[in-house]
Design a protein around this ligand. Structure first.
Ligand SMILES: *Cc1c(COP(=O)(O)O)cnc(C)c1O
Length: 234
């Protein structure tokens, strides 16, 4: 497993460099969020040992034991759909939440941020493709939503996040990522102090190169990096 992960990282870093080159970007602008939601504690530890520091998880109950052991070693990103009643466990443990998609959730993050004196970097999740199965605000709702969060003291809107539909030809995801980039510029131009929106969380195992070409700063990689050891069988 160790060797596999080492090799995957080397391979992924090459592909990040090539995609950066194609789009005139500096590869250092792009961070890998290692998605270990289907990985054991041991594998998650290996990922950290190999030098990746951003770890993405999506199930509160699964991540707590990992945080007990590895919490101080990484920067933790909550990437999954977040139920309001789980916010209490997430705030203070995760530096980033990638799935801010409704006002009730923002209020809960603010509430627990205040109690724990912890400011969370939040990505507003946008359902660019409009697929019904996906969470996220509609693109046209984003500006108003960000404005409405400007009174919140414990939320920084650090960027926007999207998931593209699965495409066997990843080129087909490009318009989705491009639209998110445009939205980022629109939100940025509001110049709201709580919303620097410097980051774009987009691109997964199947489409990260296209996402980089369109401006991703955080790519969320699971399968290609660590496989799916614990993926529940449906
Ligand atoms: C699982 C997951 C990923 C990783 O997906 P892979 O295709 O395995 O790379 C990325 N982002 C989110 C939000 C996820 O839930």
């Amino acid at each position: 497993m160790h060797q596999n992960i080492k090799n995957s990282i080397t391979e992924i870093q090459k592909r990040i460099e090539q995609a950066s080159l194609r789009s005139n970007r500096n590869p250092s602008e792009i961070q890998i969020v290692a998605v270990t939601k289907y990985s054991t504690l041991e594998t998650t530890k290996t990922v950290l040992d190999e030098g990746l520091i951003h770890i993405g998880e999506s199930k509160v109950q699964d991540v707590l034991p990992k945080l007990d052991v590895l919490g101080d070693r990484g920067i933790w990103h909550f990437i999954g759909h977040l139920q309001t009643n789980k916010v209490r466990e997430v705030v203070g443990r995760f530096r980033y939440i990638h799935s801010l998609d409704r006002m009730s959730l923002a209020k809960e993050i603010e509430k627990w941020g205040k109690k724990k004196e912890f400011k969370t970097n939040c990505f507003v999740q946008v359902n660019v493709s409009g697929e019904e199965s996906k969470f996220g605000l509609k693109p046209k709702e984003v500006l108003e939503f960000v404005k409405e969060t400007s009174k919140m003291e414990y939320i920084t809107i650090c960027g926007l996040m999207t998931m593209a539909p699965f495409e066997s030809d990843s080129e087909n995801t490009r318009p989705v990522f491009r639209r998110l980039k445009e939205l980022q510029e629109e939100v940025k131009s509001l110049q709201l102090p709580h919303a620097p929106v410097q980051d774009l969380s987009m691109g997964m195992s199947n489409d990260f190169e296209v996402a980089i070409e369109e401006g991703a700063t955080f790519i969320r990689l699971g399968t290609i990096l660590v496989g799916q050891e614990l993926k529940p069988t449906l």
